[in-house]
Design a protein. Sequence first.
Length: 235
Amino acid sequence: MHWAAAVAVFFVVITKFLQYTAKYHDKWIANLAPANELSKKYFNKMKERHELKELNNTISAQDNYAKWTKNNRKLDSLDKEINDLKNEIKSQNKAFQGNLQKLRLLALTVPFFVFKIVYGKTPIYKLSSSTSTLFPTFVTGVWSQGWFYVVLHPLRTISQRWHIMEGKFGTAKFDAVTLQSVSLGIWVWALMNVINGIEFIVNQLFLTPKMGPPAVAETQEEKKLDVSDNAFILD
């Protein structure tokens, strides 16, 4: 495998891994976020509230009204503390998640984009002359030069016909040898389309819940027939 293709596969694998494990990210962030002390305090308060609630359930409000009322006030205070801790934990987790998104952008998305721009025209593998001649020059040009060739092809045609800037757009720029290859950009585009197609098929066949048959609305004629049948039975 060409080294550029190997690097592209690495980026694709990491991207797809993060996509497939998206539902676990909140749990991972909760374990990694610097809110562990707050989480411990939150669970301690929840435990204290549960114990106090159990204790208060054993106290009769008629026999020991003062203690029952005192416990209720403490429960209200604990509820407020728990709610404040919950909001603080959510705020810290949200900030930590934002930092992770920035890290993903800088460490994965941007480098992959720059890599495709810089090495997009790198030939991943060569096509045999017999294979390349089976397709029009426009198709092999897109394979070797990327989608930018869609714009360059008309310029190349004009250049050859009118002998304008032949060194830029003519045969010297895109010779037959150059057009007998598949570039990294097109290879990655094809790979992503294949993966997305497989994902779509798997989702449709195995992961999409089955829908029940649609309910058929009763027409006015059917209602009239039902009324007539009921009247006939009554008669």
